[in-house]
Design a protein around this ligand. Sequence first.
Ligand code: FCB
Length: 469
Amino acid sequence: MTQHHFPESFLWGSATAAYQIEGAAAEDGRGPSIWDTYSHTPGRTLNGDTGDVAADHYHRWQQDLDHIAELGLGAYRFSVSWPRVQPGGSGRFNQAGIDFYSRLVDGLLERGVRPVATMYHWDLPQELEEADGWASRDTALRFQEYAAGIVGALGDRVHTWTTLNEPWCSAYLGYASGVHAPGRTEPAAALAAVHHLNLAHGLAGRVVRELAPAAELSVTLNLHVIRPASDSEADRDAVRRIDALANRAFLGPMLDGEYPADLLADTASVTDWSFVREGDEKLIAVPLDVLGVNYYSSTLVRAWDGVSARSDADGHGASTSTPWVAAERVDFLPQPGPYTAMGWNIDPPALTELLLRLHREYPSQPMMITENGAAFDDVVSDDGRIHDDRRIDYLRGHIGAMADARAQGADVRGYFVWSLLDNFEWGYGYDRRFGIIRVDYDTQVRTWKDSAYWYQRLAATGELDQAQE
Ligand code: FCB
C-alpha cells in the first residue's frame, strides 16, 4: 500500500451550503427561494422536511467557525443565499443579508481560514422562477447583477469565488426529473437551463475579474465517471451520450468555448438550441483559476435493447421522469457495493480516473475537490461518541485516490469534505447525515464524530493513515 504525504501547501477544507444549514428562512428580510416553495409542497421531501430551521447556522455561525478553526482547516466553502442578499432576485439588495456574509467572511479571516464562497448553491429567488427560472435567459442577467452586488460588497476578502455549484443538478434534476426544486419535468426547459446556467457562470466570472481582480475564480461541477457494461459499440455509444449530457455540456463551453457537436445532435429532437446566441460560448469560457470537482460515486450504463426491463439506477432519485434528456435508449445499471446510506456505490478508483481524465484533457487547469463525503446511519454510542468508521474509510479511500492522481501529475490543490455539519439533504431532508460533526436537531448541539478527529489529524500532519486491519 502506498503511503501518502501531502505538502503543507495542500488546502484542507470543509463545505456547506446556505439552504442546507442556515435556517432563519424568513428573518432579516430574506425572501423565499425555490427550495422554500418546493420543500413546503406536500410530498416533495422525505418526511416533509424543510430548511426553515436547518442547523440554525444563521444564529450559531460564530460557534461553527470556531469548530472549523479547531479542526485546523485552511479553508471553508460556504454559499451565499441569493434571496437573503437580494430578495426577489432583482433590484434592491438587503443590507442585513450582506452584513451576515460580511461578518462571516471577517470571522473566517480572523481565524486564519480562507473563505471560498459559492454564489449559487440552488436557492433561486422564487420570483425569478415565476418568470420561468433558469429556462429564461433573463435569469442569467439577473445573476450577473446579483454577482456584482455581492462581489462589490465582499470583494477580495473572499479568496475564491465559485460561481455555481453543480449546474448539472440545477438543470436536469430541477427541470427534467423534478426531484429538486423547482420540480419541473420539461426536457426542453432543462437544456435551456443548462445554457443559461453556463451563461450565468460566464457573466458572473467576468464580474469577479473586474471587481475583485485579486480573488481566484472557480466553478464546481459534479462530473460523472461513466463506464460501459460491455465493450460493445452500442454500450460505448451510451457512455458517449451520457458523457455529453453530464460532463461536456459544461466543460465544453466553460473550458473549450463551445458546446460539443454530438450533444447538439443527440438532443435535436428536444430543442434546436436557438437559445445559444452569437458570442455566448466565448463569453462562458472565462479562464478559471481552479476547477472545482465534486465526486461521490460512479455510473454504469448500457444501451437498452428495447425489450428487457428498464433499470434507472443512476443514483439521482426516484422519479417517473428522467434527468437524462434524449437518452431513452440508455440504461443505468445497479453497481456492486458497498454503498452509502444514499444508496450510492463506493468507488474511489473512479475519482483517480476522473482527475486523470481532466488532467489529460485540460493539462494546465488546476483543480480542487470541492465536495466528497458520505452519509451513513450514525449511532450515538453510550459514551456519547459517534464511531463513524465507515465514513472514515470512505474519506481515507477517496483522499488516497486523489493522492494517486496527484502522483500521476494531476494538479489537485485542495480537498473539501462534505460536510462540516449534518444538514438538510435536499429531497432526503434530515434523514441523511453527511457531517463530520453531528447536529442534534432538537437541541442544535454539535458533537464531533470520530471522522472529525481523524480529519483534524490529517489536516495537521498531511499524513494519510492506513486502514486498521
Ligand atoms: C451534492 C450537493 C450538496 C450535497 C451533496 C451530498 O450534490 O452539492 O449540496 O447535497 O451532494
